[in-house]
Write a protein that binds this ligand. Structure first.
Ligand SMILES: Nc1ncnc2c1ncn2[C@@H]1O[C@H](COP(=O)(O)OP(=O)(O)OP(=O)(O)O)[C@@H](O)[C@H]1O
Length: 281
């Protein structure tokens, strides 16, 4: 279990993360969502101890996470937005280098490399250098590298940013597989469809503060699970949300041609909640 308690990060006078409180259960698939600058990456960076909190703390299984808490740190692996890998190394070499960093025996390094590259569908490309990998393959390789030390918790900062729809879905399947092996996964994403499809619960952040934490289904049902989009001359005007299907259909009938009916999505929740906050600026 991960407990984030009153976690705050200031950069000089600017507060990037403001008294954040969250509890994430073991085996949970958890999403950190929020507009640009909400504090998601800063939160992930504190969870990986790359950044130190200004105040507050993070507990892993009840014990404080600090830079020197090697037992707690070993439970976590982080995958950042940057491809922090040497371009001239092959996949095999990247994995071997990682294993050696953690003083793993050679035999175990070879065995885990085989196992992980096969698990992620990269085995056929193991002799390729990083320079010659596609963006999606590089991200998968970063996951393999992060899994080398058998972490219990995987932190991913925008794991599918810039990926095409097919590669994104492959990545989703891979993350689901890992989560099914009881790995706790925490990711940040700007893709609401991704969060809705993968996450057990999501936290909506805005300006460093927590706005709401819940399951995507609860957030959607709170807004109203039935949506009617109102249009005029093919232009989208606004969406209305209904808790009751019959009411939504009645409204649709009233609007005639200038409306369409659909299910509400997490993206609607995001736009409604975050748009509201922006208007208050
Ligand atoms: N090293 C730093 N020094 C000063 N300000 C910083 C630093 N790192 C982040 N910030 C600021 O903190 C705020 C939160 O940044 P963060 O990168 O955590 O946001 P984010 O939610 O991950 O955004 P995005 O979705 O754009 O990646 C931003 O306003 C950012 O400019």
């Amino acid at each position: 279990m991960i407990e984030i308690k009153d976690l705050t990060k200031k950069f000089q006078d600017f507060t990037a993360v403001d008294h954040l409180n969250l509890t994430i259960q073991t085996g949970e698939f958890f999403g950190l969502l929020g507009p640009n600058g909400a504090g998601k990456t800063t939160t992930i960076s504190m969870m990986s101890t790359v950044l130190l909190p200004t105040s507050g703390q993070i507990l892993i299984d009840g014990r404080p996470l600090t830079r020197s808490a090697s037992e707690q740190k070993r439970k976590l692996s982080v995958i950042t937005q940057e491809y922090s890998m040497r371009q001239d190394m092959t996949m095999d070499e990247v994995m071997e280098y990682q294993g050696r960093l953690y003083y793993m025996p050679r035999k175990l390094i070879r065995q885990k490399t085989e196992e992980l590259l096969s698990f992620t569908g990269l085995l056929d490309f193991r002799k390729r250098t990083v320079r010659h990998l596609s963006g999606g393959m590089k991200r998968k390789l970063m996951i393999c590298r992060a899994l080398m030390i058998d972490p219990e918790i995987l932190l991913l900062d925008e794991p599918t940013a810039g990926m095409d729809a097919l590669s994104r879905r492959q990545m989703w399947n891979l993350l689901r597989k890992l989560n099914n092996h009881n790995m706790t996964i925490i990711l940040t994403t700007h893709y609401m469809e991704e969060a809705q499809s993968l996450c057990d619960r999501v936290a909506l952040m805005e300006k460093g503060r927590l706005d709401k934490v819940d399951t995507p289904a609860n957030l959607i049902s709170e807004l109203g699970a039935y949506a009617v989009d109102e249009t005029s001359s093919g232009q989208m005007l606004q969406s209305r949300y209904f808790h009751n299907r019959a009411e939504a259909i009645a409204w649709l009938a009233e609007r005639g041609e200038d409306a369409s009916f659909r299910s509400t999505t997490l993206e609607d929740v995001f736009v409604e909640r975050m748009g509201h906050h922006l208007e208050k600026k």
